[in-house]
Design a protein around this ligand. Structure first.
Ligand code: ADP
Ligand code: MG
Length: 701
């Protein structure tokens, strides 16, 4: 009787007719389904089109699974050994075809009778002139299965469930039972005005049609509605978090711009781009607001984030505070330090570098300088977040290339202040698609440098097959004769891969053979840091003309005279990685080139990656394609976020809807930040349900 008093959707799934303890335990373990609510939100991930029957003459190669009504005219065993198969010959009034089984032959042979009409379902493949379907579903034709066409849901399953006969059809049956019970209990979870404005179907219609689509049209509407709702409430929660944070978290007020003005007037090495100026204004507005800044700064490779970071440091130093800049690698930290030391020196601001290889005595001096507050700017690697590093007054924490740090690591840095939290600026060179940024960083403010410094010529990207190597080498020689330097990058996805290392060394040797009179550097992850550093420096100084390397050069390194990048086995790199690599060239005044080398055999996905690289230099566009190809889970360490565990929406594909949902959520909160108006009761209840529960059923209402 307990179940009666419980909220209906909280009822353990075990109590649904047709489930019981054993199946319930399977559903718990395999799919995380515990309650009625969980089950109802176990949405199909695709549908099989049973809305119509095809004729044999209509079959084409590109078809997904289709259903046909055919008569079996004969059967025979064919082949031997592993090729042994049962072939059934089938016909309708337009032609003939074959049905083939490699497994379960005996069972099929018993069931499948010649001379009888069957409804068969499967994906047709053409062999010669004839079509054939391997392992089709089949049922003797009846009035029922010939009549009402429908879209059959296919549910996410595991092998264990299939073995226990909890397949899509079984789940579908359970959904039907559940929907009959739930019919009058499904409550609307979005206010009428929002439903109207976005032409969304009601919740009940949506849930029924997501499991039992009455038509293509209603299925589309149901999907749309459920996606919108999911995205809307995610955005609402994120935006609300942001509101709360803005209200609560006090921040340093830095409003002294004299250093900034002086730097602009006396030392600025080049006019800032409009985008850089705009971003600096946005950041300055935050820093003088008295509220703690939490800002994500996005800018494509080479867009000039470093100088923006320095200008922000000037603002913090103007307020008597210290700054920290954390980079993911030693080389990158070093490079930042080298660049910023010049500016800091001009402005007479004490600056230091702290990495794993900083000497003990030097460390002590740095620690002292930090605690007395005399040392104003500290650049470094994750060495910055070690226990003994203590600041007097950390006013600004900047994190470069953020995706390489875990969330926890980052927050360690900004918790270094005993009192107030420092302003936080997270810089990323990997442009995150807007949609993803909104979901992941919905509670952060986002600034974008969407412009490259003037006079930058876009890198020309060319795809060449390995068979064109001689031609490519000829081109490299030409470029080097004109004084340019060349990167040749090999994939070393895992630095411990012996085979990759061998390819790299072979590559190095063949480069040396091809250009016997040219000095060549080599850098890879297996080398000692000092040796790496030494080789890098030789290349930076121009002593070597070719740098054979792995992706260790991916981030940050700046050699303006290196204008050609050859990427070997380009098909093995991810899109954003290719784009990062390409960002190493195109930094000087000369026309730069990126040559993607691949073999002939390319998967559809690698083809798409290469094509995208050749087509565009726009990091955001590339990030969007990357997101579509790989899904958000793979992207730059977003796995930890949890927020991407979406039930139905797809960040890669539903960008526009996400935007709409976010705008709607923003509008609601702007009008009623506390959600206290009566017309927002429904929304408030939903948000509270989310907060009080970690299970999903609350989304149903
Ligand atoms: P990223 O955004 O990739 O970190 P950097 O800050 O390293 O880019 O800048 C790339 C290069 O462009 C550097 O050599 C830098 O000095 C130069 N640069 C930055 N801003 C400008 C500008 N406004 N005009 C000309 N050159 C610039
Ligand atoms: Mg940079």
């Amino acid at each position: 009787m307990q179940t009666v008093t419980r909220r209906f959707f909280d009822t353990p799934v075990e109590f649904l007719k047709g489930v019981g303890p054993q199946r319930a335990s399977l559903l718990n373990k395999e799919l995380g389904i515990f309650t009625f609510g969980d089950l109802l939100q176990h949405y199909p991930f695709r549908y099989e089109d049973r809305t119509r029957f095809y004729k044999i003459a209509e079959l084409t190669e590109a078809m997904p699974a289709v259903q046909l009504i055919v008569k079996i005219t004969g059967k025979e065993m064919a082949g031997g050994g592993s090729k042994r198969r049962l072939v059934a010959y089938a016909e309708d009034d337009t032609g003939t075809m074959e049905l083939v089984w490699f497994q379960g032959i005996r069972w099929v042979n018993e069931k499948l009778k010649t001379g009888i009409q069957y409804v068969v379902f499967g994906s047709p493949v053409r062999y010669g002139k004839k079509f054939s379907i391997a392992h089709p579903e089949f049922e003797p034709q009846t009035e029922a299965n010939t009549k009402a066409g429908y879209l059959q849901p296919v549910y996410p399953l595991t092998e264990k469930l299939r073995v226990k006969y909890l397949d899509s059809k079984a789940i579908s049956k359970l959904q039907r039972e559940l929907l009959i019970l739930a019919n009058d209990k499904i409550r609307e979870t979005l206010p009428g005005r929002i439903l109207n404005r976005h032409k969304l179907v009601d919740k009940r219609t949506a849930l029924i049609n997501i499991h039992f689509p009455q038509s293509h049209d209603l299925l589309a509407k149901a999907t749309h509605r459920l996606k919108f709702e999911e995205l809307f409430y995610i955005q609402l929660r994120l935006l609300k978090l942001k509101l709360v944070r803005q209200e609560k978290s006090q921040g340093f007020t830095f409003n002294d711009a004299t250093r900034l003005t002086r730097f602009y007037n006396e030392f600025l090495p080049f006019p800032l781009t409009d985008a850089q100026k705009r971003v600096i204004r946005e950041i300055y507005t935050d820093m003088k607001s008295g509220k703690q800044m939490n800002r994500l700064l996005q800018g494509d490779v080479g867009s000039g984030k470093t100088i923006v970071a320095f200008v922000c440091m000037l603002i913090a130093v103007g307020g008597g505070a210290q700054c920290a800049l954390m980079a993911p690698t030693e080389i990158l930290a070093q490079q930042h330090y080298t660049n910023l030391k010049r500016f800091a020196g001009q402005m007479q601001i004490p600056i230091a570098l702290l990495t794993g290889s900083t000497k003990k005595s030097e460390r002590r001096t740095i620690h002292e300088g930090l605690q007395t507050g005399l040392l104003k700017i500290l650049i470094g690697t994750h060495a910055l977040i070690e226990e003994e590093v203590k600041f007097d007054k950390l006013g600004l924490a900047i994190i470069d290339e953020q995706h390489r740090f875990g969330v926890a690591q980052r927050s360690k840095l900004w918790k270094k202040n005993a009192g107030m939290l420092p302003h936080v600026l997270v810089m990323t060179a990997t442009p995150i698609p807007r949609t993803l940024a909104m979901t992941l960083y919905g509670d952060l403010d986002v600034s974008v440098i969407d412009q490259l410094p003037a006079g930058r010529r876009p890198v020309k990207t060319i795809h060449k097959f390995d068979s064109h190597r001689l031609q490519v080498n000829g081109f490299l020689k030409e470029q080097m004769d004109q004084g340019r330097q060349v990167y040749i990058v090999y994939p070393l996805i895992d630095e411990s891969e012996k085979l990759d290392l061998k390819h790299l060394m072979d590559g190095y040797e063949s480069v040396c053979r091809a250009f016997p009179e040219v000095p060549v550097s080599i850098v890879h992850g297996k080398m000692k840091p000092e040796a790496k550093e030494y080789e890098m420096k030789r290349f930076v100084k121009g002593e070597t003309k070719i740098m054979v390397a792995t992706t260790v050069i991916e981030v940050g390194v700046d050699v303006p005279n290196a204008s050609v990048m050859v990427i070997e086995n380009a098909e093995r790199f991810g899109l954003s990685q290719l784009h990062q690599l390409r960002g190493r060239v195109g930094r000087g005044a000369e026309q730069s080139y990126c040559i993607l080398m691949t073999n002939f055999k390319l998967t559809a996905e690698s083809k798409k990656r290469i094509e995208t690289m050749v087509r565009t230099n726009n990091g955001f566009e590339i990030a969007e394609v990357d997101l579509q190809l790989r899904g958000p889970g793979d992207l730059m360490g977003t796995q930890q976020s949890g927020i991407l565990d979406l039930l139905i929406a797809d960040i890669g594909k539903d960008g526009k809807l996400l935007q709409t949902a976010r705008e709607e959520a923003q509008a609601v909160l702007t009008d009623d930040p506390a959600l206290s108006k009566p017309e927002n009761n429904l929304i408030r209840n939903q948000v509270e349900l989310f907060q009080s529960s970690t299970t999903n059923w609350s989304r149903i209402g």
